[in-house]
Design a protein around this ligand. Sequence first.
Ligand code: 5U1
Length: 692
Amino acid sequence: MSHDDTTSFESLSEADARAAHTEMAAALHAHNEAYYQDDAPVVSDAEYDALFHRLVALEDAFPILRTEDSPTQRVGAAPAHGFAKVQHAIPMLSLGNAFDDEDVGEFLTRIRRFLSIGEDETVEIVGEPKIDGLSVSLRYEGGVFVRGATRGDGAEGEDITANLRTIGDIPETLAGDAPDIAEIRGEVYLPKSAFNELNQTQEENGAKIFANPRNAAAGSLRQMDSSITAQRPLRMFAYSWGELSADVADSQWGFLQRVSDWGFQKNPISRLCRSLEEVLALYRDIGEQRASLDYDIDGVVYKVNQIDLQRRLGFVSRAPRWAIAHKFPAEQATTTLNGIDIQVGRTGSLTPVARLEPVTVGGVVVSNATLHNEDEIARKDVRIGDTVIIQRAGDVIPQVVRPILEKRPSEARTYTFPTSCPVCGSEAVRDVDEAVRRCTGGLICSAQSVERLKHFVSRNAFDIEGLGAKNITAFHADDLVNGPADVFRLAEKRETLLEREGWGEQSVDNLLAAIDERRNIELDRFIYALGIRQIGQATARLLARTYGTVEAWRTAMSEAQDRDGEAYQDLLNIDGIGVSVAEDLLAFVHEDHNRQVLDDLEALLDIAAFEAPQSDSAFSGKTIVFTGTLEKMTRSEAKARAETLGAKVSGSVSSKTDLVVAGPGAGSKAKKAAELDIETIDEDEWIARSEA
Ligand code: 5U1
């Protein structure tokens, strides 16, 4: 019988059921391998999902077939496969970090400065332990839980509703006073005690041992079969919200109370603080409790309590100005430095990487750590053969802290930093004011071109499904993809792709379809994908916002090559772009080869014009200059508000300025605006219009 028919499994003989099971299990194993190991799925997510569920149904009918090695019993490594994608109605934010008391003091000072709040006024701060788990967003409609998703990249996560429904801390319905639409966010975690028990059972069953509770929680949440998730005692603390059809509180503290009335858990050791001293005392207090808590935490999150102040403070990039994570010190371990290798980055930077005797730090086995640059090696006097202290904090790359001199063996040898690129042999040079040595090979350096390609297809850039770092490296090595535009010409090499081991008709067609899907790209992503030095996501966005279209951006960049011209001045006028960034940008665009890449990509792609947020606002696309003293809001707040309304903020008045907001003491800029007949308003008028 065909195993497409799930309804008739009961009528099968055991022998037929076994045969069907063997066939489906083999197919799923092959799909898993293609997806996880080869980075080259051969079936769509929906097909995979359907096959998986047919196998579950077959095993329900013949439980004897549910053996340990069945694909339905897979634990751990996440089948990202199979989960539908969910766009978050409101992005899930990340948090800036504070590493010491001084950083926290500066955070509070920034808030006061931004809001123009004096030292004599209290700014309430809520401190909550930062749970080391997985962030999720739970959507309730009409008080009923309808969808739950992972954070994903903040904009798009995965639909794990069925698995989240198995968690007792997630109520199925909310009390009648909940708004019609309510998205509640928080952290799912596996208690330490449950983690230890789980690993014991895993060991007894010869199954995968999890490195830490976070990995175990991730593996448990990303099961295709929610009955496995249900066996893991996952828990959740609620701490934030996404879309709400009505306000639920006017403070973070009030929000926590409200959601706890609805049946969510609020963390019991969170506290409302009224001063820097109280905040720091809470940090120390939570730090002391850390070991005895039944969940892992990696710091304390501080949030401005008043929600109207949070709104005024807004965001920088993807992190709120009104919150910060105060991290606990990094975990450290001691091991031997076996050697130093050099990694060449996409901009040619030579980074020394310590090869270590593997050691467990904070639950993770570490065998490589960064040594940053040659000055760091010299400053720390790290020698090959040394016993070294290493540390890792959160998801950052482990670092070598220092050697233990008392343990230095007599044969320990100093490392001589290369002055030529270990990959292409070109000279590697250091600018006087730079710590980094760079390969001068440019285009001929294969390490640089492969790193650029990896960046080009990475998640925040073109994000092509099935074309991750592994495949792009292999395609580059085999001359299939030499530069970014070749990615979009891969269809011409279909036959060659088909000859590759592990690639069948379906996987090649899936890849080509995924590439085609990305021929439409937003301008800011496009600029970011180019991998220009110092042009990260935020700067790429600034450029996209300023120039609007790829044509306008390129024209402006070519005009800006004249350092005395207006276009160069306009570039420097963009708040957030200084001379150093401008010079890297212009150097990139000046190179013939890069211009050719841009021409090719423009011909192959459809690069969407930047859509300013709130395009319905009266300020959308306008260029505004603030000058003189603002009395009711700080300059930063005014600027943030203008940008939220879709305007560009410039530092100088020119014929491109649309509006000048002039406070008392405005001098030459207001004068120039009058000469150029540019509309000039005062602060009250600005507030009235921007709040309209
Ligand atoms: N406790 C806690 N963790 N945490 C993480 N609160 C909290 N808030 C977050 C995140 C990312 O974000 C909000 C500030 C939006």
